[in-house]
Ligand binder design. Structure first.
Ligand code: ADP
Ligand code: MG
Length: 239
């Protein structure tokens, strides 16, 4: 269901080639972190998986299906961005229900899924509020909840915690890890430039620099056996 395979993918912005034949295999249920400094290509790779940009060549496979030319909404993914992008005039409940309504999901099913997601994220008491009546951390929980109700096999996160202060970041990081454990087979691909987030969340980390994969490995492997000086410096491992 939730495996992701990036096969020989190249992405180009006009004359500027961002990826040239990139390969990455993610197993169902894995928590993968794409880690690297600003501009290294994390969002581009995530957006290519999501179908938010076209690949110049190569293929994207999700759940054993070639989805390279499918619309984002047909790929079985849910995405959470850095900016919460909640609808300001809708309540939390309406924000979380909106995508399902569009997809013509029956009302009782919508209610069930919203309640379940709200319970998991501890926002059930906020369902009737509007986004401007929420704190930053609560808003980001709603954004995660809105993705969660879609019941997707693959979750894509693009720096979801970057706008939050350190305390909230730690809190939500733990929450996301717990969510992944409770969801079982759900695959998560999580973009960050934060080494601590990567080390604590990932089953495997993909370290990127200048749109090239430097190393793929478990946090332990990356830390104790960095492939090169860049990786060692970036994750702060001893040399
Ligand atoms: P990251 O998310 O790791 O900060 P991005 O994937 O956003 O990096 O960007 C990777 C590279 O591609 C950068 O050099 C960036 O300037 C370039 N880039 C990203 N989006 C565009 C675009 N729409 N047009 C041209 N260049 C882009
Ligand atoms: Mg980015």
């Amino acid at each position: 269901m939730g495996s992701v395979s990036v096969r020989d993918v190249s992405v180009a912005f006009e004359a500027f080639r961002v990826f040239d034949g990139l390969n990455l295999d993610i197993e169902e249920g894995e928590f993968i972190v794409l880690l690297g400094p600003s501009g290294c290509g994390k969002s581009t790779l995530l957006n290519a998986i999501a179908g938010l940009l076209d690949v110049a060549s190569g293929q994207i496979w999700i759940g054993g299906r070639n989805v390279t030319w499918e619309e984002p909404k047909d790929r079985g993914i849910a995405m959470v961005f850095q900016s919460y992008a909640l609808y300001p005039r809708m309540s939390v409940r309406e924000n979380m229900s909106f995508g399902l309504k569009m997809a013509k999901t029956p009302r009782p099913e919508i209610e069930k899924r919203v309640k379940h997601a709200a319970d998991l994220l501890q926002i059930a008491h906020l369902l009737d509020r509007r986004p401007d009546q929420l704190s930053g951390g609560q808003r980001q929980r709603v954004a995660i909840g809105r993705a969660l109700v879609r019941d997707a096999a693959v979750f894509l996160f693009d720096e979801p915690l970057s706008n939050l202060d350190a305390k909230l970041r730690n809190e939500l990081r733990v929450e996301i890890k717990r969510l992944h454990a409770r969801l079982g087979k759900t695959t998560m691909v999580y973009v960050t430039h934060d080494q601590i987030e990567a080390m604590t969340l990932a089953d495997r980390i993909v370290v990127l620099k200048e749109q090239k994969v430097q190393q793929i490995g478990t946090p332990g492997e990356i830390y104790h056996r960095p492939a090169n000086l860049f990786v060692a410096g970036f994750v702060g491992s001893p040399q």
